[in-house]
Design a protein around this ligand. Structure first.
Ligand code: ADP
Ligand code: MG
Length: 361
């Protein structure tokens, strides 16, 4: 079921929580709504669900305007961060609940309910736990029950609001992989809300980056990551190092630090450098002079991450990731002064909305 959101606005009293939202979601797509807390993700999801009414604009499912359709009749499944499972009911009964609550004319018979619930339990890999109470499950298992319960009603659209937000990092990673597999198997249309960049980029077909009630950018994960169209998106999609300065004669300078930016007009500029698009050296070169002091070293994971204090220029601490082999070859110590040489940079120039990509040899 495709979803179209057309010119949707929402106010809470004088507060403009959603500002002219337009979004098309294809049938079978898994779209991630990504943004900081308060950016309007939940409000948009609730409007899609019919739990909240927009001030104006339309919501369409396939080509039907559902703006005036009651939540009960939209055939939408939800999963929220805080599992609203019935505590006194078994896992089985929790999943069967919605089916049993249907009007008699639509309600499946007991054998069909049983078959459907058992099938869902298999799917969420909880077949052996049908008789347990929610309290006897782990957080991750409870969220799988919540998902099975949502799917029991054969929703046309599945809406997930930070469904794994309350779980620990390892379980979260497992569940997001599992959700993606389930989605690929069942092809429902899903909207997945998260404030976690990694989660959104890993799980979604397309990511919708939101900020302060509007959409900043929509695109495939690799596209949004490689070509952020605004500073906000850049900042939000992972740590990057910034150099704020003045461009004169093809060189961007800030205090003692500088970078060659050939061919660029004089003015103010801000360069973003990603932690893995940099190299560490003992000296600068003709392209860059970026002195920093090693603050901390973290050798955990696929690469060694260094936190560096800018020397002679003002910026938040920088982060650089280098391979373990390079790390060992360079023999760097905390407190030591190093230089950074960028390979790729993303330059925002005053007066331009989109960044330019810069490359150095
Ligand atoms: P997110 O899910 O991205 O964290 P929300 O959609 O929950 O953001 O909220 C967006 C903004 O709207 C927030 O500033 C929030 O305080 C406000 N808001 C949300 N719901 C209500 C409400 N029922 N009444 C008043 N303000 C609300
Ligand atoms: Mg929210």
């Amino acid at each position: 079921m495709s979803i179209r959101i057309e010119g949707v606005n929402k106010h809470f009293a004088a507060f403009h929580a959603l500002q002219d939202i337009n979004l098309d979601i294809a049938d079978g797509e898994l779209v991630g709504l990504l943004g900081p807390s308060g950016s309007g993700k939940t409000t948009l999801l609730r409007i899609i669900a019919g739990l909240e009414q927009q001030d104006n604009g339309r919501v369409l499912f396939a080509d039907q305007d559902v703006s005036a359709v009651h939540v009960r009749d939209r055939r939408v499944g939800f999963v929220f961060q805080h599992y609203a499972l019935f505590r006194h009911m078994s896992v089985f009964e929790n999943i069967a609940f919605g089916l049993r609550a249907l009007p008699r004319s639509q309600r499946p018979d007991e054998a069909s309910i049983r078959a459907k619930v058992m099938n869902l339990l298999e799917m969420v890999q909880l077949a052996t736990m049908a008789e347990r109470l929610p309290a006897q499950l782990s957080g991750g298992q409870r969220q799988r029950v919540a998902l099975a319960r949502a799917l029991a009603m054969s929703p046309r659209v599945l809406l997930l609001d930070e469904p794994f937000g309350a779980l620990d990092a390892r379980v979260r990673k497992e569940l997001r992989r599992w959700l993606r597999e389930l989605h690929d198997e069942l092809h429902f249309t899903s909207v997945f809300v998260t404030h976690d960049q990694e989660e959104a980029l890993e799980v979604s077909d397309r990511v919708v980056v939101m900020s302060q009630g509007h959409i900043e950018q929509v695109g495939a994960p690799h596209e949004v990551y490689a070509r952020p169209r605004s500073r906000f998106v850049f900042d939000f999609l992972g740590h990057s190092n910034s150099l704020n300065g003045v461009i004169r004669d093809g060189r961007l300078s800030s205090g003692d630090a500088w970078l060659q930016v050939p061919g660029l007009a004089d003015g103010e500029g801000q360069v973003y450098l990603r932690s893995h698009e940099l190299e560490l050296c003992s000296t600068g070169n003709s392209d860059a002079h970026l002195p920093l002091k090693v603050l901390s070293v973290s050798p955990v994971g696929a690469e060694v991450r260094l936190e560096l204090q800018p020397l002679g220029f003002t910026a938040d601490p920088w982060e650089v990731g280098i391979s373990h082999a390079d790390w060992e070859a360079q023999d760097l110590q905390r407190g030591q002064t190093v230089q950074v040489r960028p390979r790729v940079g993303h330059l925002f120039v005053a007066g331009e909305t989109e960044p330019r990509t810069l490359r150095w040899a």
